[in-house]
Unconditional design. Structure first.
Length: 393
């Protein structure tokens, strides 16, 4: 049975046990994961291999207040030891650089542990196919961390498009703009250095880092897949080995044109993931730097500004994510909390052998992770060929 429109997320039977690989001292992404897990109130962080450096792993374990015997220096050891414990972890968050995702995920899938993987999911489409085959064999949940669609107003936009409020989609634009790459890279930054190394980051830098988020968002909101693209890579900030900017033309599966712009070298932009979607009846606009508001522009009618909160035009799929009344701002941390809520519901249902109500979750999984990697390779192929159109299967 599908949702009637009044349901909220089901209550948890208990907190699930979460482990983490990577994300230790000096790493930002681990803090996002832990903030989301805490805010969801559905997880206890109990184990981690927080760094490949044993001393940093131990120090990070102390920072995270993990039991000493559950702080590991090696993820293989962690997967084996946790699978053998009656109170072992039920899911693992993989917060490591791109080239390590596949082997880490495979080790934990072999142990029967559910996966929460940062994007890009892997380095190559072939890696993605191998992960999909192993996930299908093991039956574990495999979630990919695209948190931005878990802003309530991004979910509101998806619900409005699906309900026909925009009519037939005729064009869509998405951008993700930052400015930190205007200045030279810090030579002492471990998190920046690997992002400029094709052996570790893959065939693209900014395109994989933030472009994959932009693609996921525009496909999520419109409900349409991008079928073809053409891309040009640029360095618009300080000189560097890989692109910090990309301009792309898109063609959606219904024939509508689109555009995608991503840059880490646009002064005054911080985390500006924005979309504009236009149909035969209306348009929608949203900006992640101002996430509380969604602009709805019906043809030949006054603009409406829909504000996150209960009622007043907020649809059920978005309203179940509302935590605070209007005027009390929610943030990206809350979006991570909603993501971790949906992951917990999926993991709990799998382990209990129970179905999830149809329409409750919009959890990005291995299919979305694979599309992100194929997008990166299609964009790189297009750029390498001088901006030719490339299929995105």
């Amino acid at each position: 049975m599908g949702l009637t429109g009044t349901e909220t997320y089901p209550k948890a039977a208990r907190r699930l046990r979460l482990g983490i690989v990577g994300g230790g001292q000096g790493a930002l992404v681990g803090q996002w994961h832990w903030a989301g897990a805490r805010l969801s109130n559905r997880w206890d962080m109990v184990a981690g291999a927080l760094s490949s450096d044993p001393e940093r792993a131990r120090a990070s374990g102390r920072d995270w207040m993990l039991a000493q015997d559950r702080v590991y220096a090696d993820y293989h050891e962690m997967a084996k030891a946790e699978a053998a414990r009656p109170d072992g972890i039920e899911a693992v968050a993989i917060c490591t650089p791109n080239w390590t995702h596949r082997p880490i995920a495979e080790a934990f899938m072999d142990a029967g542990i559910d996966i929460i993987c940062d994007k890009p999911m892997a380095m190559t489409p072939e890696d993605c196919d191998a992960l999909a085959a192993k996930q299908n064999e093991s039956g574990v949940i495999f979630a990919v961390t695209h948190p931005y669609p878990y802003h309530p107003m991004a979910r509101q936009a998806r619900e409005m498009v699906a309900a026909g409020a925009l009519g037939e989609i005729r064009q869509a634009l998405v951008e993700y703009a930052q400015d930190w790459a205007m200045e030279p890279d810090d030579p002492d930054s471990r998190t920046v250095s690997w992002r400029r190394d094709p052996a570790k980051v893959g065939r693209a830098s900014a395109t994989g880092d933030i472009g994959s988020h932009a693609l996921n968002m525009i496909e999520f909101v419109t409900g349409l897949r991008v079928s073809r693209l053409r891309a040009d890579f640029h360095v618009c900030g300080a000189p560097k080995a890989m692109e910090d900017t990309a301009f792309m033309k898109l063609a959606f599966e219904n024939g509508a044109p689109g555009a995608l712009w991503i840059t880490q070298a646009a002064p005054g932009n911080y985390c500006a993931l924005r979309f504009r979607v236009y149909g035969t009846k209306a348009g929608l606009e949203w900006d992640q730097e101002y996430p509380e508001q969604l602009r709805f522009r019906p043809l030949n009618q006054p603009e409406q500004v829909i504000v996150r909160g209960h009622g007043a035009g907020v649809l059920p799929g978005a309203e179940r994510m509302v935590l605070l009344p209007r005027g009390h701002g929610e943030s990206l941390s809350d979006a991570w909390g909603h993501l971790y809520t949906e992951i917990a519901i999926a993991v709990e249902a799998r382990r209990a052998g129970k179905p999830v109500p149809e329409g409750l979750l919009a959890l990005p999984g291995i299919e979305e992770g694979t599309r992100g990697v194929r997008f990166i390779h299609a964009a790189a192929d297009s750029n390498d060929a001088g901006g030719t159109w490339q299929e995105l299967p």
